[in-house]
Design a protein around this ligand. Structure first.
Ligand SMILES: Cc1cc2nc3c(=O)[nH]c(=O)nc-3n(C[C@H](O)[C@H](O)[C@H](O)COP(=O)(O)OP(=O)(O)OC[C@H]3O[C@@H](n4cnc5c(N)ncnc54)[C@H](O)[C@@H]3O)c2cc1C
Length: 402
């Protein structure tokens, strides 16, 4: 039976992350966002609060909590600012959970443990200048030599590119398959920033997530030891899709937090701003916008909780996770646009946070599978064109005490 009642542990996570946001983020975020400034000290603080390894088993240096706790942390971090949730999406969702699931014991000890403890930061390099949604359109190559692979390619729009210590990068180990667009020619590699030939940079002038770091990775004749291949040769595409299943979950939960932030801000403002001799909250058309924020928040939360529950049980959840991601991101975009509307001209300036919410809301309908890709997925599941066959390495179910 599905029970979405939060345990005492869940409530404690909520309080911990909420307090973190109130103390460490909300008072400073406007300035950081204005200056497009990523604050690296946040990573240290998130690590000290055990948030960077929240759902990684304690035997691998994490806090040993369940996947719902990860969702709660994402929701509350994005309530403060989207850039914070993005950290968990890439560090845990796209990197650490991949190492936990697909890594061998040596890789777990070398890469997962320091990431779970917050001593090292993980990132994910799939997108390239000419290929995002079209994963098999990427061009990066990994040529096999004696004991290592030589990686060449350009990765673009990579969160934490200029900050992370390790990157999970995808490249073709079989060029003939690249030409035929056969995804079994793709493989996944753990690339350390310190490897010769790795260069990164930051993208400036972004619409949103300005307090976050987004950039590029350039791989030029990078010698990656054979033991840094994650999974087996040819499993790169499956690993990338696995990563997106976890990343989308974090994005869904985060977008839910953004909707809640829009709701709270709009409710407060509607009870203080007067027009036509009455509070704007009394006007039915304003109420309608607030009502949509309520329905968006509640439905989004139920959808990501369902996905989290399935993850906890070790059950397939790609369809449910993708649905949660699509719905929650659309709801957040609408909530943010309406929040600006509720604030009138004040919503048009950064005196209030809703303009930042509006700019930040757009990204989540693009990254980790655009809105259009999510729609196609849901239609294909419904039509029977897409059926999940499972993978060699499913996400480990939550085991209390581990
Ligand atoms: C802030 C931010 C952070 C990011 N972080 C990362 C990261 O950490 N790691 C990483 O690897 N990537 C990251 N990305 C990249 C992101 O995942 C891609 O931008 C995304 O997958 C979309 O790819 P694209 O930008 O190349 O758009 P395209 O794939 O070129 O799509 C362009 C448009 O065409 C539509 N479209 C494409 N194909 C179809 C189709 N078959 N049917 C209908 N419509 C279609 C899309 O929905 C979109 O509207 C990030 C992006 C942003 C903005």
């Amino acid at each position: 039976m599905i029970d979405f009642t939060w345990t005492e542990e869940h409530k404690a996570v909520f309080k911990l992350v909420q307090d973190f946001g109130k103390k460490e983020i909300i008072p400073f975020i406007r300035e950081r966002d204005r200056k497009e400034q990523f604050d690296p000290s946040i990573l240290k603080k998130l690590g000290e609060a055990d948030i960077l390894g929240i759902c990684i088993p304690s035997q691998y240096g994490g806090a040993g909590l369940d996947y719902i706790s990860l969702g709660i942390a994402c929701q509350e971090l994005e309530y403060a600012d989207t850039s914070l949730r993005v950290i968990l999406s890439v560090h845990i969702g796209l990197a650490s959970l991949a190492y936990l699931t697909w890594g061998n014991e040596a890789q777990k000890q070398k890469y997962l443990v320091p990431q779970a403890k917050g001593e090292k930061i993980g990132s994910f390099g799939l997108t390239e200048p000419n290929a995002g949604s079209d994963v098999v359109g990427i061009q990066a190559t990994a040529d096999k030599k004696e004991g290592f692979y030589v990686l060449n390619g350009e990765k673009m729009w990579i969160s934490l590119a200029d900050v992370a210590d390790n990157f999970l990068c995808f490249a073709w180990t079989d060029r003939k398959k690249r030409d035929k667009r056969d995804h079994t020619g793709l493989s996944a590699f753990i690339v350390e920033r310190t490897f010769k030939g790795v260069k990164t940079g930051t993208i400036h002038g972004k619409l949103g997530v300005r307090a976050g770091n987004t950039g590029y990775i350039s791989l030029s004749d990078v010698e990656v030891p054979q033991e840094n291949m994650l999974g087996q040769e040819s499993e790169g595409f499956k690993i990338a899709m696995f990563c997106l299943d976890q990343g989308r979950y974090t994005v869904a939960a985060g977008a839910t937090g953004l909707t809640k932030a829009c709701l709270d801000a709009s409710v407060n403002y509607s009870k203080t701003r007067k027009t036509f001799n009455t509070f704007i909250g009394e006007h039915q058309l304003v109420k309608e916008m607030i009502a949509f924020m309520v329905s968006g928040f509640e439905a989004s939360q139920l959808l990501w909780l369902r996905a989290g529950w399935l993850k906890n049980q070790g059950l397939p959840n790609s369809k449910e996770t993708a649905l949660a991601k699509w719905f929650a991101c659309d709801a957040a975009e609408k909530a943010a646009a309406d929040a600006v509307q509720v604030f009138g001209s004040y919503g048009f300036s950064d005196e209030y946070p809703v303009e930042r919410f509006y700019r930040n809301s757009k990204g989540s309908s693009i990254y980790e599978g655009t809105r259009e890709i999510q729609k196609l997925l849901q239609a294909d599941y419904a039509l029977g064109y897409k059926v999940d066959k499972g993978t060699r390495c499913p996400l480990p179910k939550y085991q209390p005490g581990l």
